[in-house]
Design a protein around this ligand. Sequence first.
Ligand code: ARG
Length: 460
Amino acid sequence: MSLWKERFGVPPADQVVAFTESLSFDVRLAGDDLAGSRAHVRGLERAGILTPDEREALLGALDQVGDELEGGRFTFVKGDEDVHTAIERRVIEVAGDVGAKLHAGRSRNDQVATALRLYAKRELQALTRSIVAVQTVLADRAEEAGDAYLPGYTHLQRAQPVLLAHHLLAHCWALARDVDRLVATVDRLDVSPLGAGALAGSSLDLDPDAVAADLGFASRFENSLDAVSDRDFVAEALFDLALLGVHLSRLGEELALWSTEEFGFVHLHDTFATGSSMLPQKKNPDVAELLRGKTGRLVGHLTGMLTTLKGLPLSYNRDLQEDKEPLFDAIDQVGRGVAALEGLLATVGFDLDRMRVAADSQEAAAVDLAEWLVARGTPFRQAHGIVASIVRDSLERHVPLPELVEGHPDLGSEAVALLEPGVAVTRRTTPGGAGPKPVADQLRNLRRRLEIDGERVGRG
Ligand code: ARG
């Protein structure tokens, strides 16, 4: 049965159904569609369209349909082109004539937008909570790392030693921005479109404010045309998830790199690593690689959605049905990735000796020598030149750096102490810097931020 069978007198061709159906993917909106329908039923009663008995009959039928769907006892039939059609069809079967009153004053256009907003709101909130959980693991690992340090890199070349805690917290702050963005996206999407009808509202005495409140939305739509056309929330969510994906990818790339024999900074726990079907000795960082690899499709979903939306005239167009699969897939993939990352980070072993040895090259303290000179009055450019030529000399003539520093008229034995292992990192004292003092402050600030964000996203 199609919803417009009396208009055409014939069902759509099989190819049309195959091409235009969305049931295969929007079935996951069943619970949200039922919630929207329950609120609509209560609204119809308030509007005097349904008697209290009819309201009860419809709510009872919706409950039964919900049970059938949940229990896997719901039978879809030919003509159920989407989950909304299927549910209405079944409500009519269950409730008889009164079932036919369900769709008064409503269109699938406002119905679909309502269900998708309810879905996005709930799922994005849950995802945001799981990001905070990953941040908490990162903060715990940072705290546990204490004063351990490793080389900090620019251009993937060793630059200056930094605390391991500082490095881990850098990723944490990026995730804090993701949380912030998702919270803002949820705030903006928290608007009910129900009552917009097909595009223009209704002649029935419906109250979209009351329905919005019933559904837990913060407000209702202001403009019915906008309400059924607006998929900004999908595009925004896809951007948030794509950028989050980029952050996860960056972290995944580092873990993959750090787990190589060449770096050897981390050992993946066996439960978060994979083996090779052919090479018995292999231990592969597949989780880290997929955190990196999945990001391609996230960026693709965002690009695809924006391209679909571009150039659509007001108001609803069937193109909008293309909003669902990218959103569902992005939420699924990122949700699973974040959960896997939490375990990966909680179990990864840090080889602090390898990190320290890699960071203790004397050249890594070069800027400290230059700043030591600056503190004694030498202009920085000149100090940079002095140290650069000593480093070059050391490398070219294979003379140990301390020897050249010791013998240099502007430097001498006091400056040699800067080259001692572990000294350079302690000299990063400015706020937000990589040394022990500012990192302790930073960790406190981050913990406070996690407290606040934990409240914002709910403990769920
Ligand atoms: N499955 C459709 C969607 O997701 C339902 C809306 C259909 N509306 C219509 N006027 N054909 O957008």
